[in-house]
Design a protein around this ligand. Structure first.
Ligand SMILES: N=c1c2ncn([C@@H]3O[C@H](COP(=O)(O)OP(=O)(O)OP(=O)(O)O)[C@@H](O)[C@H]3O)c2ncn1[C@@H]1O[C@H](COP(=O)(O)O)[C@@H](O)[C@H]1O
Length: 108
């Protein structure tokens, strides 16, 4: 399977550079950052609701919506996938991140 995250990022970046009639992504850019942030917030809430009370299929669907809107935000703010990947790679070298001052978990 192709890397769908990279494909989606390319598509939303292309919509930013070449707005298209009838494109939802172009519509979001035309509305601006506040609208995009509002959608990210909404989709986040929908992921929470799906996780708590809906099926796995619904959750996957809502996660798709969230990732899409996050990609639109990244493109809007000129954050590349590589930048986020580099941040994750830095963190992956560090294990056992639970803070020392946190109380030990005894009750599961
Ligand atoms: N992944 C997505 C994607 N996920 C969700 N959405 C749209 O996000 C919207 C979210 O639905 P809502 O009900 O929350 O919002 P709404 O009421 O339609 O719109 P608002 O008034 O709230 O802005 C829907 O219109 C979905 O179609 C997406 N739109 C586009 N993509 C990708 O972007 C590509 C380009 O799409 P266009 O920009 O439309 O050409 C597509 O091929 C897809 O790969």
């Amino acid at each position: 399977m192709e890397n769908e995250f990279a494909v989606l990022y390319e598509t939303v970046m292309d919509r930013k550079l070449n707005p298209e009639e009838g494109s939802y992504t172009s519509y979001l850019y035309s509305k601006g950052e506040e609208k995009i942030l509002k959608k990210v917030g909404e989709e986040c809430t929908e992921v929470i609701i799906a996780s708590l009370s809906q099926s796995k299929e619904d959750l996957v669907n809502e996660l798709g919506d969230l990732f899409y809107h996050v990609m639109v935000l990244m493109a809007q703010k000129e954050v590349s996938l590589q930048e986020v990947e580099a941040e994750l790679a830095k963190r992956s070298n560090k294990k056992h991140n639970l803070k020392a001052e946190r109380k030990p978990v005894t009750n599961y």
